[in-house]
Design a protein around this ligand. Structure first.
Ligand SMILES: NC(=O)c1ccc[n+]([C@@H]2O[C@H](COP(=O)([O-])OP(=O)(O)OC[C@H]3O[C@@H](n4cnc5c(N)ncnc54)[C@H](OP(=O)(O)O)[C@@H]3O)[C@@H](O)[C@H]2O)c1
Length: 273
C-alpha cells in the first residue's frame, strides 16, 4: 500500500504502543511525518518505547494509563492538545484477549472488562478526539479489530465477540462522523507479538504451513495498512475493514485450518493467555 505523507504538523494518538502492533504503528506514523502521543499502562516500558521512537527521530510523548480508565483517556487527549495543539489521528489499538475459555464458564465481570477495554474505550477516545479537535478540523480513526471477529472458535468467544462489536462500532461511527472524520479498521490475523505468543511460540512451522502466504504476520504488516488508512491516499475510504491475515480467511473458507485451530490441535487446553 502506498501512503501519502502526513498533513503538515499532523498528530496521532496510538493506544497500547509500548510494544507489538501499537509500537510498529507509532514508528510507521512517525516515518510518514506524524507527531505522536503513545499510551500503555506500564510506565517503564512506555518510557523505553518513547525513548526508542525519539532516538529514531520521532517527536513523541508518552501518556501512561489504561484505556478503560476514563480519567487517563481524558488526560492523554488533553496532553496531545497541550503538547502539540491538535489531534488528527486516533489509533485504538490497546486490547485484552482475556477471558479465555468457553463462554458457559466465563466470569461476567471479566467479560465486561473485555468489552470496556476492547469496545467502550475505543468509543470514549473517539468522543474525546472528536470534541477536542476532529469535529472542527477533521481526522481519521483506525480501530484494530481481529480476523477472529468474523468466525467462531474454541476458547476465544469473549475476545471474538468484543472484536465483532468493535467492527460494528467502526461502521456505525464512519456513518455518524462523515464527512469530516473517516473511521476504518484493520483486522490482523496471527501476528508475532506478546499477546499471541501462546499461539505461535514453538509452532511457527505448522502455522506457516497452514497459511496461504507461508508465514505468520509481523507488526509492520499491520502498521502499513494503518498508515495507508489515515493518509490522504485513502481519502475516499471510510467504514472499511482491511484484512491483514496472510490469507487465513481464504484458507478457512476453502475448508482449511485457522491458526487458532492449529494451536488447539498442537497444545493441551490452557488456563489464560
Ligand atoms: N497479535 C495478534 O496476533 C493479533 C491478532 C489480531 C488482533 N490483534 C490486536 O492487535 C492489537 C495489539 O495487540 P498486540 O498483539 O500488539 O498486543 P501486545 O504485544 O500484547 O501489546 C499490547 C500493547 O497494549 C498495551 N495495553 C494492553 N492493555 C492495555 C490497556 N488496557 N490500556 C492501555 N494499553 C494497554 C500494552 O502495554 P501495557 O501492558 O503496559 O498496558 C502493549 O503496549 C490488539 O487490539 C489485539 O487485539 C492482535
Amino acid at each position: 500500500m502506498t501512503s501519502a505523507p502526513a498533513r503538515e504538523g499532523a498528530v496521532a494518538l496510538v493506544t497500547g504502543a509500548s510494544r507489538g502492533i501499537g509500537l510498529a504503528v507509532a514508528r510507521a506514523l512517525a516515518r510518514s511525518g506524524h507527531r505522536l502521543v503513545v499510551t500503555a499502562r506500564e510506565p517503564v516500558a512506555l518510557e523505553a518505547a518513547v525513548a526508542a521512537l525519539r532516538a529514531e527521530g520521532a517527536r513523541a510523548v508518552g501518556c501512561a494509563g489504561g484505556v478503560a480508565d476514563s480519567g487517563r483517556a481524558e488526560a492523554c487527549v488533553a496532553l496531545a492538545m497541550h503538547e502539540f495543539g491538535r489531534l488528527d489521528v486516533l489509533v485504538n489499538n490497546a486490547a485484552t484477549n482475556a477471558p479465555y475459555g468457553a463462554l458457559m464458564d466465563v466470569d461476567l465481570a471479566r467479560w465486561r472488562t473485555a468489552f470496556t477495554v476492547n469496545v467502550e474505550a475505543a468509543l470514549h477516545l473517539t468522543q474525546l478526539a472528536w470534541r477536542a479537535w476532529m469535529s472542527e478540523h477533521g481526522g481519521a480513526v483506525v480501530n484494530i479489530c481481529s480476523e477472529g471477529a468474523s468466525h467462531t472458535g474454541p476458547n476465544v468467544g469473549a475476545y471474538g465477540t468484543s472484536k465483532a462489536a468493535l467492527l460494528h462500532l467502526t461502521a456505525q461511527l464512519a456513518g455518524e462522523l462523515a464527512p469530516s472524520v473517516r473511521v476504518n479498521s484493520v483486522s490482523p490475523g496471527l501476528i508475532r507479538t506478546e499477546m499471541a505468543r501462546f499461539v505461535w511460540d514453538g509452532a511457527e512451522d505448522q502455522l506457516a504451513a497452514s497459511l496461504p502466504l507461508g508465514r505468520i504476520g509481523e507488526p509492520e504488516d499491520v502498521a502499513s495498512a494503518v498508515t495507508w488508512l489515515v493518509s490522504d491516499a485513502a481519502e475516499w475510504v471510510t467504514g472499511a475493514d482491511v484484512l491483514v491475515d496472510g490469507g487465513t480467511r481464504v484458507r478457512a473458507a476453502a475448508g482449511g485450518t485457522s491458526p487458532y485451530a492449529v494451536h488447539e490441535r498442537l497444545r493441551a487446553p490452557r488456563e489464560e493467555p
